[in-house]
Design a binder for this molecule. Structure first.
Ligand SMILES: [Zn+2]
Length: 298
């Protein structure tokens, strides 16, 4: 809708004069075991579905596909090796398509004891009015159960978009938490439009999205950032979040952070984070369960 469109004023004037997200402010619960802050270590496993979601014809573009294919051939296995070395457990949000196409990769994640979360089926961005919304959620749930025996507790929106129908649907399907919104530094409880409580939110930030910091490709030729630049962003963000007693949530992709120099800097960052000694590095399920316990007064 162009600025000259006569419908623009009417459409804008029809918007409620209210915040889009009306959830109450995040409560300040203490972190467990005397930890000062928390880090939700999470990865989004999109594989080729990251590239086909907006244009299925790309499946025939084999070099474009190979960005995603790197996850199953190299990236995920290297990240799992790093997490074993660092004795850390993480959450992997996986698209249903990736589970079907790369079952061995997903079984390896499960075998190492990491949490597996829901990340849609085809990685279709969940926009308001999206006719694929229900199918994306239900097909993702079905394949996680059938292929991996997993009933996910957590959900991360593909391409980081959300809508009210999705909030309602995820609650109906029994999920515990989402990790998609960008409006806080602590977990909070969603409020649905009908006034009932929704899922727990573990908010994310672009600062920890390696797709924005570490992937340069034919459709987005932005400059790759150096190790020093990325470490500086990640360490500064964590230092301040730690002072605030908040939650740092990573959004890492094996097709970015599984690349050699990115894995090297992730190793250094995780060592740095662990070096604090008081940052709780945990899965989404652990953090959401802790929130639910505090919320219930436990
Ligand atoms: Zn994704």
């Amino acid at each position: 809708m162009a600025a000259s469109d006569p419908g623009l004023k009417a459409a804008l004037d029809a918007l409620p004069l209210l915040p889009a997200n009306r959830a109450a402010l995040a409560p300040v619960h203490p972190w467990p075991a005397g930890h000062k802050a928390a880090m939700f270590l999470s990865f989004d496993v999109d594989a080729e579905s990251a590239w086909t979601a907006k244009d299925p014809a790309r499946y025939g573009e084999l070099v474009t596909m190979s960005f995603g294919g790197y996850e199953a051939r190299i990236g995920t296995a290297k990240l799992l090796e790093l997490l074993r070395q660092q004795e850390l457990k993480a959450t992997f949000f996986i698209t249903g398509w990736s589970v079907e196409a790369h079952p061995a990769m997903c079984e390896a994640i499960l075998r190492d004891g990491h949490e597996i979360g829901h990340h849609g089926f085809h990685h279709v961005m969940p926009q308001p009015g999206d006719p694929m919304l229900v199918e994306e959620v239900d097909r993702g749930l079905e394949v996680l159960k059938r292929r991996l025996g997993v009933v996910p507790k957590g959900y991360r929106a593909p391409s980081g978009e959300f809508c009210e129908a999705l909030r309602v649907l995820l609650k109906q399907r029994g999920l515990l938490y989402t990790s998609s919104f960008r409006d806080d530094v602590r977990p909070y409880r969603h409020l649905l439009a009908d006034g009932t409580p929704g899922l727990i939110e573990l908010p994310v930030t672009a600062s920890y999205d390696d797709w924005l910091l570490g992937l340069s490709h034919r459709y987005s030729r932005h400059t790759l950032l150096t190790r020093e630049q990325v470490l500086s962003i990640w360490q500064d963000e964590l230092a301040e979040i730690r002072d605030w007693g908040g939650l740092a949530t990573t959004v890492l992709h094996p097709q970015c952070s599984g690349r050699p120099m990115r894995l090297r800097l992730l190793r250094e960052f995780l060592q740095h984070a662990r070096g604090y000694g008081d940052v709780w590095i945990a899965t989404g399920e652990q953090i959401a369960a802790h929130f639910a316990t505090c919320e219930a007064g436990g």
